[in-house]
Design a protein around this ligand. Structure first.
Ligand SMILES: Cc1cc2nc3c(=O)[nH]c(=O)nc-3n(C[C@H](O)[C@H](O)[C@H](O)COP(=O)(O)OP(=O)(O)OC[C@H]3O[C@@H](n4cnc5c(N)ncnc54)[C@H](O)[C@@H]3O)c2cc1C
Length: 471
């Protein structure tokens, strides 16, 4: 048994089903819980945008505050710092005679770089122990080593469903014996990262509040109070309002919700309410999430290369002007602009929307897909490196998609998923004079026609005829 250990919280900001903290508590007499805001997350990317934007940062600040509250209820606290974890943790280890640092194991480049630097700098008297969590299926319970992970999702899903088991949730610790310190540190403000507070937008799907407490409330609401899970498979392609899908993603991305806890709640719902294809489908989606995480583990940095995990020749046009028309919702394609406006105003976009705007950027505008992924990284409240870059690989045709050259006909998608044009009218009120589904192709009007009608809407960047001809 070690005397003193640090538990370094990363993207696992919860106390329920907390495998890392549980292991730390089993291995050391006293724990120092720490969270470090890594300043590199707030630097600019190559598009000149801050890597982590205001929506996710606000959610993160709330999640850290909630974690501190919950730790205090368990007789502990959270030391909050800002800087480089590999430096601050080493200083802490030396100052407090720490023998081990426990933390969640990550899979993507920047996180691994920090782990490596930390390992190198730690004194010989202190070990770094990384614990796998974040997924439904544990890495060690896969039917194969991750290097032989199938390149097709369906194969992976069938294999794990047949051959792997999902481990049970771990109990929430009631009391954490904690190293006493004097100064637990201040939780930084958005302003300290040069970010402004996002305005609450009534048009958004729902208000998102960071933290385990709010995540558990959302689950209770979606499953139990509103009984929405039983229809998830039918509603999940919706785009308006809180009810069409779970909206668990921001909490999952920061680890405020454990996927195994969601799984156990689905199973309880199945036994107490109903078991049907919808209840299964939520688990199916969580397996997708697992899959992208394992893909990231298998393929490493190629996830971020333009040639993607499959090493293919991608669509690449580095036209920054065109790119920002997409980003700023000025493409002249209402279905695309409505989705981008939602993202820019709220930090959220439905899965249907994400698939369409990604396909449009890559396949219609033929723009460098990594820019799209970077833009999502900045804007999404639920940004998760493996899910985001994995899905963008897929959309760009350089990832694990068994279908060659998948293409979304945007007009067909708009007619199918926004049948009466309500979603587009919701986000583009300047077009509300177009009734029903005519809002999607605007009756073929040009920017001059719009000017005559005094409608401020940009000229279309693509010819809609290709979609009308079914391409
Ligand atoms: C281009 C693109 C980028 C994306 N970037 C992200 C991202 O950064 N972070 C993120 O969490 N999701 C991402 N997704 C996946 C998906 O769009 C969101 O997880 C989903 O829209 C979140 O809404 P929800 O929680 O209501 O999902 P639900 O439909 O209720 O699904 C439940 C959970 O399953 C998981 N899930 C569902 N679909 C996917 C998927 N395709 N890939 C991975 N996990 C999935 C999510 O954790 C989600 O919360 C991206 C999809 C695309 C097409």
């Amino acid at each position: 048994m070690k005397k003193r250990a640090i538990y370094w919280f990363r993207n696992d900001l919860r106390l329920h089903d907390q495998a890392g903290l549980t292991e730390a508590m089993a291995s050391a007499e006293e724990i120092l819980p720490v969270y470090i805001f890594d300043t590199r997350l707030f630097e600019e990317n190559e598009l000149g945008l801050v890597k982590t934007g205001k929506f996710k940062t606000q959610f993160l600040i709330e999640a850290v505050a909630d974690l501190r509250d919950n730790l205090q209820k368990a007789g502990s606290n959270l030391l909050v710092m800002t800087g480089k974890p590999e430096e601050l943790l080493v200083d802490l280890a030396k100052a407090h005679q720490i023998e081990a640092i426990y933390a969640s194991q990550e899979v993507t480049y920047e996180e691994l770089k920090v782990e490596k630097a930390l390992k190198k700098k730690l004194p010989a008297t202190c070990i770094l122990s990384l614990v796998w969590q974040h997924t439904l299926y544990h890495l060690h319970d896969l039917p194969y080593g991750v290097q032989t992970l199938p390149d097709i999702f369906t194969q992976f899903r069938k294999d794990v469903e047949k051959q792997s088991r999902i481990r049970k949730c771990l109990p929430t610790p009631k009391h954490i014996k904690t190293i006493p310190i004097n100064d637990w540190g201040q939780i930084p403000s958005l302003e300290s990262f040069d970010l402004t507070e996002p305005k609450a937008d009534q048009r958004g799907v729902m208000p998102f509040k960071g933290g385990e407490t709010a995540g558990l409330v959302r689950l209770k609401q979606y499953f139990w109070n509103q009984d929405l899970l039983k229809a998830y498979k039918e509603t999940r392609n919706g785009m308006l309002g809180a009810d069409y899908s779970s909206k668990f993603s921001p909490w999952l991305a920061l680890g405020c919700l454990s996927p195994r806890y969601i799984y156990e709640e689905v199973k309880r719902y199945e036994s107490e309410r109903i078991s049907n294809s919808s209840t299964y489908w939520l688990i199916f989606e969580l397996i997708w999430r697992d899959y992208f995480r394992f893909v990231a583990e298998k393929y490493g940095n190629s996830l971020f290369f333009t040639s993607g995990v499959m090493g293919k020749e991608p669509y690449l046009k580095n036209d920054i002007g065109l790119f920002f028309k997409w980003a700023e919702a000025k493409t002249g394609v209402p279905f695309i602009d409505a989705n981008m406006r939602e993202l820019n105003a709220t930090g959220f976009m439905s899965n249907r929307g994400r698939q369409n705007v990604a396909s449009f950027l890559v396949k219609d505008l033929k723009i460098n897909w990594t820019w799209g992924a970077m833009y999502f990284e900045t804007m999404l409240i639920d940004y998760d490196p493996a899910s985001n870059w994995g899905n963008w690989n897929y959309a760009a045709g350089v990832g694990n998609d068994p279908r060659e050259d998948r293409y979304f006909n945007i007009l067909t998608q708009a007619y199918r998923y926004d049948e009466n044009g309500d979603y587009v009218r919701h986000w583009l009120p300047e077009l509300s004079r177009f009734a029903g589904k005519s809002i999607h192709d605007l009756g073929g009007m040009s920017s001059r026609d719009f000017q005559n009608l005094q409608i401020d809407y940009p000229n279309r960047l693509v010819d809609f005829n290709k979609w009308k001809k079914g391409k």
